[in-house]
Design a protein around this ligand. Structure first.
Ligand SMILES: [Zn+2]
Length: 146
């Protein structure tokens, strides 16, 4: 699997991790992970385009079932760095990385689907506002003219 340059740089420069960071028990990667959700990005997008309610229900279901996967090997075997097995694994695979309680945990990478859904959700809200505002403006104008 081809890795992004930024991911490599972050992994190489990291010398501190939070106990709430994730370590991959398959390949030993620390901190880099993404969310995997069941269902389909295409179905989610279509439902959002059909209306805000179906999209919201489907997205809520997908988000409630999401799991964590390794960015490097895609295995869903991420464990907390602060756990006993996580500490042992980190000491064995990355002895230069310290666990620091005050370190900020890394955020998951957003998938393309998540970015599209976030954008589609914003657009749907603006369409809804426009649908409410335009008739209100016209009825005000009608009341002023007559
Ligand atoms: Zn991995």
């Amino acid at each position: 699997m081809k890795l992004k340059a930024t991911t490599d740089d972050q992994a190489l420069r990291a010398t501190q991790v939070s106990p709430n960071d994730w370590i991959c028990s398959s390949c030993g990667s620390v901190g880099e992970y993404r969310r995997i959700r069941p269902g389909s990005d295409v179905i989610e997008l279509v439902l959002w385009l059909c209306g805000i309610v179906p999209g919201l229900i489907y997205s809520s279901w997908r988000n409630s079932k999401k799991t964590t996967a390794c960015t490097h090997c895609a295995a869903m075997t991420m464990i907390a760095v602060g756990s006993p097995v996580g500490r042992e694994l980190l000491a064995r695979t990355s002895p230069n990385i310290q666990i620091v309680a005050s370190a900020a945990p890394r955020q998951p990478q957003m998938t393309t689907g998540e970015r599209v859904v976030a954008q589609a959700g914003r657009i749907a809200i603006w369409i809804l506002i426009a649908m409410l505002a335009v008739p209100a403006i016209f009825s005000l104008l009608a009341a002023v003219v007559s």
